[in-house]
Ligand binder design. Structure first.
Ligand SMILES: *Cc1c(COP(=O)(O)O)cnc(C)c1O
Length: 404
């Protein structure tokens, strides 16, 4: 191929790059050595030429070159201005809440991640930050919950574990009209599928533990801001509170993100097949998956997401915890564990695991019944996964019949 001037220009233009190319080529080649893999700068401090004269790095809590590559990468991927890496998804959430002050209020999705609920309730309530939880799948509920003290709207879409979808564009209009910040926890969709900043959000957070790192091997969190100004505030909090991500875990997150679009596409294809299978099974009552036309906000998911994601949740016609426990304990490829977003499939029983601390009446109100089972569909062959579920379901029914 001959590189004409025009070709070279197109090749160099970030705008024209497709997403997968952009991810791989926005990770810089190491300037010092030409290393194609980002070096791990395992150091706590950086030698200065004279007091205050340095190469942009002085102390590794404030800044680390490996972490910076990850931070720039996630900002690029989310079409934001600034990115910051934290020790966990919860540390990322914590940094965003620290933008507020005593007396401020948050309007949050009612199906919020349990750890965020625990933080809001047991840590920030005593500092005078109040949270109102509403069903954000209807925008009117958000409008009605706003007061003059509301400073932040907190969304997850899709939610955990019932995969509720909220209309980010419509809610962002409400936020802007009231001068309220909109933060979206984009963990379940990932930026390969959904870009909340393009949809009007001010801040995006991630548990990079899940799809971004993608291999079930680290705990990490990320914050991306739509503006430089908000970025500077988060940067101050990151350095002042200190919950940074270390260089090795930053490197693992970068390595994971390199294959993100490929993985999310396949996770979603596999999940769609499993959702379709579950729908045909007699024992299954509800199948929760945004990719099903029967899902309440399927049309919104279709508009704001490129893929429907790798999490599928279902419950049973006989709402029997014993039966659900047998099923989740007897799959072979679906491993019984909390978390999601890794290469290997996981299965969990929210009522006994991720959502155990929620009183059962409140749990039932949000659809989390005793027989609700959450799947994180991995990258195994979907035929094997379907066979695995079918075998476990049949075995569990016969075992339950025999013992009763
Ligand atoms: C896991 C998760 C978190 C918390 O992230 P950690 O990395 O475990 O601290 C936050 N939000 C969502 C939606 C999650 O799934």
């Amino acid at each position: 191929m001959v590189f004409t001037e025009l070709n070279v220009k197109q090749f160099n233009s970030n705008q024209k790059m497709k997403e997968t190319t952009k991810i791989l080529h926005s990770i810089p080649v190491d300037e010092l050595t030409g290393a194609i893999s980002t070096p791990i700068y395992q150091t706590s401090t950086f030698v200065q030429e004279a007091p205050g004269v340095n190469k942009g790095f002085d102390y590794a809590r404030s800044n680390n070159p490996t972490r910076k590559v990850l931070e720039d990468l996630i900002a690029t991927l989310e079409n934001g201005k600034k990115g910051y890496a934290f020790a966990s998804g919860l540390a990322a959430i914590d940094a965003v809440v620290k933008l507020l002050k005593s007396g401020d209020e948050i309007v949050a999705v009612d199906d919020i991640y349990g750890g965020a609920f625990r933080m809001f309730t047991h840590i920030y309530q005593k500092f005078g930050i109040h949270v109102t939880y509403v069903d954000t799948t209807d925008v009117i509920n958000v409008v009605n919950a706003i007061t003059s003290n509301t400073k932040l709207i907190w969304l997850e879409s899709p939610t955990n574990p019932t995969l509720k979808i909220s209309d980010i564009v419509e809610i962002s209009k409400v936020a802007k009209a009231n001068q309220i910040l909109l933060c979206v926890d984009n963990t379940f969709a990932s930026p390969a599928s959904q870009k909340p900043i393009d949809l009007g959000a001010d801040i995006v957070i991630h548990s990079a533990t899940k799809y971004l790192a993608g291999h079930s091997d680290i705990i990490a969190g990320l914050v991306v801001t739509a503006t430089e100004e908000l970025g500077e505030k988060i940067k101050f909090i990151q350095n002042a509170s200190g919950a940074i991500l270390g260089p090795f875990d930053s490197w693992l997150a970068i390595r994971g993100i390199e294959t993100l679009p490929l993985r999310v596409k396949q996770h979603s294809e596999n999940a769609q097949k499993i959702a379709a299978f579950l729908l045909t099974h007699d024992i299954v009552k509800n199948v929760y998956y945004p990719g099903l036309p029967t899902h309440k906000n399927h049309h919104i998911a279709k508009n704001q997401q490129k893929y429907f994601g790798g999490v599928v949740t279902f419950d049973l016609k006989i709402d029997n915890k014993e039966l659900a426990t047998l099923i989740v304990s007897n799959t072979k490829y679906f491993k019984l564990a909390e978390s999601l977003g890794g290469l290997k499939s996981l299965i969990c029983l929210p009522c006994e695991m991720t959502h155990k601390s929620i009183p059962s009446d409140i749990r039932y109100q949000s659809g989390i019944t005793d027989s609700l089972i959450r799947l994180s569909v991995g990258l195994e062959d979907p035929e094997d996964l379907i066979e695995d579920l079918l075998t476990a379901i049949n075995y569990s029914i016969s075992t339950l019949v025999k013992t009763n």
